[in-house]
Design a protein around this ligand. Structure first.
Ligand code: HEC
Ligand code: HEC
Length: 512
């Protein structure tokens, strides 16, 4: 089943809800100094056990709990750990049911903030963003999906092929120019506070929010760079057990077929020519999820222009700000964070994004024409390759999810071994978050047609049962036994996927 740009509302409703589990930090957040957070982190069992540095622990505390004297939102409001650091319609729907006063919905509660978001936050998961400046709030804004913040350490180094003059020092956000000032990842925090956390739309620092301190900037940066994976795969060395997924790997790499590896080398976010992160115009801009929000999204650049300077639909009318290019995101992490692209208009399954690349829209885009010039023919692959590439990406994603689960289970076991029944809350939350990743793995492996790794799925279910029993345990020795059993189930599930799918994971994955 392939769905390409489609009626978004219909498909979003059909996604399986992923519940916002556990506590969600909100308006009651504490106002602590960075120093106080660092001091508190010295007592954190994960820090004491050497699993996480004090700095990453404190950075996570800021990310999830600091509100910067703003409207009650934190970074974790839109980048929640239990939903792959992004929000989507199933998550939002669950939140509406469980906590309608969550600060995500502050625009419905505070008259001052009515225009902080549009209604499409609730219907399409789109966030109102003033990426081209705050000078005309009523008209000059656009709407984008929330990107996950995983594996940023591998995705932000800019490719000089895009030009270096005035270029941001890091590629952040969907258009690669998301951070203020020099455009560094460190400064993204300041921009995000101003955009999403203010108490009024005048957005005056010191009035509508407080600016982060230098120390807070450093700590939050360190935490964010330690999320997800910190290495790239070597796809030419990878071999997959599932024959169709293995074919998908070849199609992904093959210049005569998928050509994906040109821009997403090793299924990441970097260009194969440079190993760096490139902005490209793949014409996704022509498929917005809604045509009623602000101006159309022209991507990179266009800041502080008075009038639209870019013809988003190639129809001879300037309808957006920018140059049409967007930043290449990593694919491994994309598979379980639909819908896809900056517009949230593609999905619900990864195959819906793959199909974009054989559309006329892509072929006629600047990036499509560049590929044509490079290889001599327009991009072309059969529908059967969509299925194969989809299976290949699903296995990479499942392996990533299982590894994140394993990392959290291993850490929980270290803590049980060492601290027994003290701070069981940390052990248990790590177990719950491991389970969230196992659910993601099950979801991406569930596919119509030829079953994909059913044996692994069974083993993952058994691991989940062990985790559930471990969470019920009242004594550490029981929890220890269940954790060990869960870990061995996860290991044998993972062994099925293939060889050389080796992820190095950041320690930030242990924070919440
Ligand atoms: C109301 C929702 C919301 C909140 C709250 C929020 N973000 Fe985001 N975040 C977004 C959206 C939307 C984007 C895409 C912006 C763009 O394309 O420039 C984004 C993008 C990002 C990115 C870029 C990711 C990438 O792949 O390049 C980072 C990093 C980030 N946010 C960090 C933060 C931090 C730190 C905070 C806390 C101050 C925060 N966000 C708060 C919605 C939110
Ligand atoms: C010419 C460069 C280029 C090629 C080739 C390319 N991509 Fe992309 N890809 C991009 C860019 C740029 C984006 C961001 C587009 C946007 O946000 O609108 C993207 C986004 C994506 C996303 C969405 C990620 C997310 O988090 O939403 C997926 C999935 C994806 N590509 C898969 C593929 C696959 C599969 C192929 C091969 C069939 C492929 N890409 C080929 C440049 C490319």
């Amino acid at each position: 089943m392939i769905l390409a740009p489609i009626a978004v509302v219909a498909f979003l409703a059909s996604c399986a809800p992923s519940a916002p589990g556990g506590e969600r930090h909100g308006a009651a957040s504490s106002a602590l100094t960075a120093q106080a957070r660092l001091t508190a982190c010295e007592q954190d069992p994960r820090v004491v056990a050497g699993l996480v540095t004090r700095e990453i622990c404190a950075g996570a505390d800021i990310f999830f709990r600091e509100t910067f004297e703003g409207n009650g939102r934190s970074c974790g409001t839109c980048h929640p750990v239990e939903n792959n650091f992004t929000i989507d319609i199933p998550f939002i729907d669950t939140l509406i049911d469980n906590n309608p006063l969550d600060p995500l919905f502050i625009f419905e509660q505070e008259p001052e903030l009515e225009e902080l978001e549009t209604f499409e936050l609730k219907t399409l998961g789109l966030i109102r963003v003033n990426i081209d400046g705050y000078d005309d709030l009523d008209n000059k804004f656009t709407a984008r999906g929330v990107p996950h913040t995983l594996s940023l350490a591998t995705t932000i180094a800019p490719d000089p092929a895009n030009g270096t003059e005035g270029a941001p020092v890091h590629r952040t956000g969907w258009s690669g120019d998301g951070a203020p000032g020099t455009g560094s990842m460190r400064d993204f925090l300041t921009g995000a506070i101003m955009q999403h956390l203010p108490t009024d739309l005048g957005r005056e620092p010191g009035v509508a929010f407080r600016l982060p301190t230098e120390e807070e900037l450093d700590l939050t940066l360190a935490y964010q760079l330690s999320l997800g994976r910190t290495n790239e795969l070597e796809l030419t060395q990878v071999s997959l057990t599932d024959p169709e997924a293995e074919e998908g790997r070849l199609a992904f790499l093959d210049p005569a077929r998928g050509r994906c590896n040109v821009c997403h080398s090793n299924a990441g976010a970097n260009h194969m020519d440079s190993g760096l992160n490139r902005n490209l115009d793949t014409a996704t801009r022509k498929a917005p999820a809604s045509d009623t929000i602000g101006v159309f999204d022209g991507g990179f650049g266009g800041k502080d222009q008075a009038e639209p300077d870019f013809d988003v639909f190639d129809v001879g009318v300037k309808s957006g700000f920018g140059d049409g290019t967007f930043n290449t995101p990593p694919i491994i992490e994309a598979v379980d964070t639909p819908p896809f692209f900056h517009t949230n208009a593609f999905g619900p399954d990864i195959e819906g994004a793959v199909q974009h690349y054989i559309s006329d829209r892509f072929k006629e885009s600047p990036a499509g024409r560049e590929l044509e010039a490079r290889f001599g023919t327009p991009i072309a692959f059969p529908d059967s390759d969509i299925i194969k590439i989809g299976r290949f990406l699903r296995v990479l994603s499942a392996a990533f999810n299982v590894d994140m689960a394993r990392q959290r289970l291993d850490a929980a076991l270290v803590l049980v071994d060492r601290f027994h029944d003290s701070r069981t809350d940390v052990q248990e939350r790590l177990m719950e978050l491991a389970e969230v990743e196992l659910d993601d793995a099950l979801q991406v492996l569930a596919i119509g047609g030829t079953p994909l790794h059913p044996v692994s799925s069974d083993r993952i279910r058994l691991a989940k049962a062990e985790i559930a029993a471990g969470l019920e345990a009242t004594r550490w020795s029981q929890r220890q036994r269940r954790l060990a059993a869960a870990i061995s189930r996860v290991k044998v599930a993972r062994d099925q996927f293939g060889s050389n799918i080796t992820y190095r994971l950041g320690e930030g994955n242990l924070m919440y």
